[in-house]
Write a protein that binds this ligand. Structure first.
Ligand code: BG6
Length: 484
């Protein structure tokens, strides 16, 4: 349900996430008339700055490449809808002050019902004090209150439970929206449709037809400037435990009874519970080193010189249920690789040998980014007077098929969902818990909690990853197809 008169308060308003994602997404929704009537955006952070400076920062990542007058005008309107207030994250005075500011804005609504959406784009250290203070000082009694929180949600199972427990003292599960922005990506949202609206795919979606599944995240840049943060978390907490595991759960869950958010989340939790903790023997860790004129991970001043933090990880998960028993799910992610790409690659089994020899396997690829696409590698008879099976592609590239479609940003989709109170694409408490159960033992092993910490293998900046990767994937039966 969509509510008019909503105040959106963005904590951490001068931080990177807010500037790069939250404000541009709020603007995108405003531009396309998706924000409720009577919306007002309040930025809050410790940094002291005047409103003009805030407006400049909040709009600096909004794209208007052709300087279109229409967009320029919308940006000006958007500025008028937003204000800024600075204050600490811990003092009650600061939150009382914020409350005065909010009530000042609300006085224009003349007693109508008003609602509040609090967006915490904050580092974990201030997360609980802010959530607690907001509940105490800024919780409106006149309407609905919601809170959006960002990862990291803890470092392992125990710390995550502690965080959940503290948050639950002030906010109910129904009021809480835990963002994993991969769930807002168009191609990830497409997975349910591809699976459950197509009998041809649905019929082949199990261990009888599928040989392996790879979910891959590649970034062409290192941790430049973010080394300090990254070193505390590592690639597994940064990407695998959340983004890639979420994609995995949507790919493998059973069909939900309905599209209702709890029906979807029930099925996701169920499939995740069938995954045992990851084994060290199913894991390959890497760390990038200087190459091609680019610095290595350890060359970053903010990183300890002897850090064994992985910047690359490949790890295989197994799902013990009747649909997936024996199918390897390989999650891999790395920084400072040769390209930017996120994709799901489902490799099917061999056809019965006999008529054809050395035939390529079918593969279904969902390219999440860049350039969304779904393509199926299919063997086709070469045109002509003899019969030979040639690997070809059935290709649904969005740019070609949906030429005029505008693909929403993940954050636009998710903020809109939170404004409507739709939890489908947010992470539920029990889902987070089971995600940590899967990853905590391997993380503790990597951090040397039960012995010597394993050393990641080096890979050059700008490469495909560690040279051990092909053998690692090969171990799970993946076969590189001949290109058609
Ligand atoms: C974030 C990670 O969650 O996702 C970053 O902390 C990463 O390290 C980012 O760069 C990737 O998001 P996207 O949408 O650019 O694929």
């Amino acid at each position: 349900e969509f509510k008019d008169n909503t105040l959106v308060v963005v904590f951490g308003a001068s931080g990177d996430l807010a500037k790069k994602k939250t404000f541009p997404a709020l603007f995108g929704l405003y531009r396309d008339n998706f924000l409720p009537k009577g919306v007002h955006i309040v930025g809050y952070a410790r940094t002291k700055m005047d409103e003009a400076e805030f407006h400049k920062r909040a709009t600096q990542y909004i794209k208007n490449p052709d300087n279109s007058p229409e967009i320029t005008e919308k940006i000006e309107e958007f500025k008028k809808l937003s204000s800024y207030i600075s204050g600490s994250y811990e003092d009650s005075d600061a939150f009382e002050n914020l409350e005065k500011h909010l009530q000042g804005i609300e006085s224009a609504y003349q007693g109508d019902e008003t609602h509040r959406l609090f967006y915490l784009a904050l580092p974990p250290s201030v997360f609980i004090p802010v959530a607690t203070n907001v509940k105490k000082f800024n919780y409106t009694t006149k309407g609905i209150n919601r809170i959006i929180v960002e990862k990291p949600f803890g470092r392992d199972l125990d710390s995550s439970r502690e965080l959940l427990g503290s948050l639950k003292k002030s906010w109910t599960e129904d009021e809480t929206f835990r963002i994993d922005h991969y769930l807002g990506k168009e191609m990830v949202k497409n997975i349910l449709v591809l699976r459950f609206a197509n009998i041809a795919l649905n019929a082949a979606w199990d261990k009888n037809s599928i040989s392996s599944v790879q979910i891959t995240f590649k970034e062409p840049f290192g941790t430049e400037g973010r080394g300090g943060y990254f070193d505390e978390f590592g690639i597994i907490r940064d990407i695998l435990q959340n983004h890639l595991l979420q994609v995995l759960s949507v790919l493998t869950m059973e069909r939900p009874v309905s599209f209702a958010s709890e029906d979807i989340r029930d099925e996701k939790v169920k499939v995740l519970r069938a995954i045992p903790p990851i084994e060290p023997s199913d894991t390959l860790l890497g760390q990038y080193v200087a190459a091609n004129g680019k610095p290595g991970y350890l060359d970053d001043d903010t990183v300890p010189h002897n850090s064994v933090c992985p910047t690359f990880a490949a790890t295989t998960l197994w799902i013990h249920n009747p649909r997936w028993e024996g199918v390897p799910f390989i999650l891999k992610a790395g920084k400072a690789l040769n390209e930017a790409k996120v994709e799901v690659r489902i490799q099917f089994k061999d056809v019965t040998q006999g008529i054809f020899k050395d035939i390529s396997r079918n593969e279904l690829v969902l390219r999440i980014q860049p350039s969304e696409a779904v393509y199926l590698k299919l063997n086709t008879k070469t045109p002509g007077l003899y019969t030979r099976a040639l690997p070809t592609e059935m290709d649904l590239t969005y740019k070609r098929r949906f030429q005029d479609a505008k693909i929403p940003e993940a954050y636009e989709a998710l903020i809109l969902d939170a404004l409507k109170g739709d939890h489908s694409n947010f992470v539920r408490d029990d889902e987070l818990d089971v995600a940590w159960k899967i990853f905590t033992p391997i993380l503790h092993w990597i951090e040397g909690k039960n012995g010597a910490a394993p050393k990641p293998v080096p890979y050059p900046y700008g490469s495909r990853g560690p040279k051990e990767l092909d053998a690692f994937i090969g171990k799970y039966g993946f076969r590189r197809s001949q290109e058609g």
